[in-house]
Design a protein around this ligand. Sequence first.
Ligand code: F6P
Length: 234
Amino acid sequence: MEILYVNSKEEGSQKGYEMIREALDNGAKVFGLATGSTPERLYEKLTESDVDFSDAISVNLDEYVGLPGTHEQSYRYFMEQKLFNQKPFKESHLPDGMNEEQAEIERYEAVLSKYPVDIQILGIGHNGHIAFNEPGTALDSHTHKVALTQSTINANKRFFEKESDVPGYAYTMGLASIMKAKKILLLAFGEDKAEAIKDLVTATEPTEDIPSTVLVNHPDVTIIVDQAAASLIK
Ligand SMILES: O=P(O)(O)OC[C@H]1O[C@](O)(CO)[C@@H](O)[C@@H]1O
């Protein structure tokens, strides 16, 4: 696990941007994408650049259950606004929050089998979740439906008018699905991520209590942290 210490979110997003470009230049075809506030600046940098994803495929980590892709808080809508409208991919895949559970799990697993991820962008939740894999998720999990924890609902309610509007469930790639990516790039910015980063980088083996620790066994993980997120490990 390589840790890149940067001074700011701006610098970290620039580094992330450079790594994505490098992957594309070196022939990466399938990009695993994340939502949330963490990668926003990185996506902005991609949209401001001359990068061309028209031959590439994107697959996203997760989607709220019950929100159609046209809903402003859906992750499909987020991706369209932040990246896809400006930089279209040949194909962009996200879980479909309106599909029935079993059908959606099978459909998305088939997408992931068809398109193994070359480079996966990840953020991290306060409780160490990656994608929507909350503490207690099996380390060998694949795409599944998850009940969001109160911690995640609290963190995400800022995007909704009121807390009761936050969906209680999501479809998410599992931890084993994420581990299949050839390369993983995890970004964390801000003091509120310091505890989660400490838990991840001090872990010696994976534990279900802290989903991010599954990454300890991945051969190619880079973590980009700003000073605040690194404040408990430096
Ligand atoms: O980047 P943020 O907004 O801090 O979110 C952190 C994590 O939470 C999620 O948005 C899910 O709650 C993840 O997809 C993300 O990595």
